[in-house]
Design a protein around this ligand. Structure first.
Ligand code: IPD
Ligand code: CA
Ligand code: CA
Length: 266
């Protein structure tokens, strides 16, 4: 049987050390490449961070498998056993342009069930972490269960991409939500936006395209605190493919689905 407290303790050490290494790179010139499109960036630091984590996991837990964004470990085609789902730098554009507002995200799943989530905001030195069933913490501060809220009082994480012409959704569907909400935000790091829902700084996060490594850790945190995480059609997420994505505090999830998303049948 897996000793999750032991896994958690060592994963915390690794994520902190990985963060230190990233900070040390700030003074160096970055090698920036593009991936799927001109705005999809990767640097040698993303790859070095994933490599650092993979080497440690392989050495300490040889039976565990790894699904990492940069694809430096063996391909993972199912979620049997223990799988670490890693985004070495979430918010690479922020990392490159601003040297802040990016994070390392690690979600650890057993047979598809989230057990441990870690999101480390390197520059703010804020480590969000959860062991399923044991609460969510920001550094050593326990986070409160999520309270119900409404669109009128809500701050919604929503990128302007989805309310202007785009390939995935008619912009007139989400524009009324942007209009009715108290405010919208876009921080450029999906995992941090999820950590912000967990810590109460934001109320929901909506996007049409997210990969498992972007949300693997945050999903465990939000669900642990009583929030909802589904696709934008209110379906369970597939942890092996890209999904549309909708995370929210209770109450608000239902309100947005009913009033703006035609109960998922948009
Ligand atoms: C991206 C960020 C961004 C989100 C994109 C992700 P990356 O991850 O989380 O906020 O809008 O969909 O791909 O490429 O910086 O790891
Ligand atoms: Ca990412
Ligand atoms: Ca990334």
């Amino acid at each position: 049987m897996t000793n999750w407290r032991e896994v958690d303790a060592i994963a915390k050490e690794w994520i902190k050390e990985a963060g230190e290494r990233i900070k040390q790179s700030f003074s160096k010139e970055l090698l920036i490449e593009t991936k799927s499109n001109k705005n999809d960036l990767v640097t040698e630091i993303d790859k070095a961070t994933e490599d650092f984590l993979i080497k440690n996991i392989n050495q300490t837990f040889p039976n565990h498998r790894i699904l990492g964004e940069e694809g430096l470990s063996e391909a993972v085609e199912d979620l049997k056993g223990v799988v670490w789902i890693i985004d070495p730098i979430d918010g690479t554009m922020n990392f490159v342009h601003m040297q802040r507002d990016f994070a390392i995200s690690i979600g650890i799943y057993e047979d598809g069930v989230g057990k441990i989530g870690l999101i480390y905001d390197v520059v703010a030195d804020e480590l969000y972490h959860v062991i399923k069933g044991n609460g969510v913490y920001m550094n050593d501060i326990p986070l409160a269960p999520l309270k119900e809220t409404s669109v009128e009082k809500g701050i919604i994480g929503l990128n302007s991409t989805w309310v202007t012409e785009n390939k995935r959704i008619d912009p007139t569907i989400l524009a009324p939500l942007a209009r009715d909400a108290r405010g919208t935000r876009s921080f450029g790091s999906a995992c941090l936006e999820l950590a912000y829902i967990a810590s109460g700084r934001m109320d929901a996060y909506i996007t049409l395209r997210l990969s498992p490594w972007d949300y693997a850790a945050g999903k465990i945190m939000i669900e642990e605190l009583g929030g909802m995480v589904t696709s934008l059609r209110n379906e369970k997420l597939n942890m092996l493919t890209q999904n549309s994505f909708f995370a929210s505090k209770p109450g608000l999830h239902q309100e947005i689905l009913e009033k703006y998303l035609n109960n998922g049948k948009w």
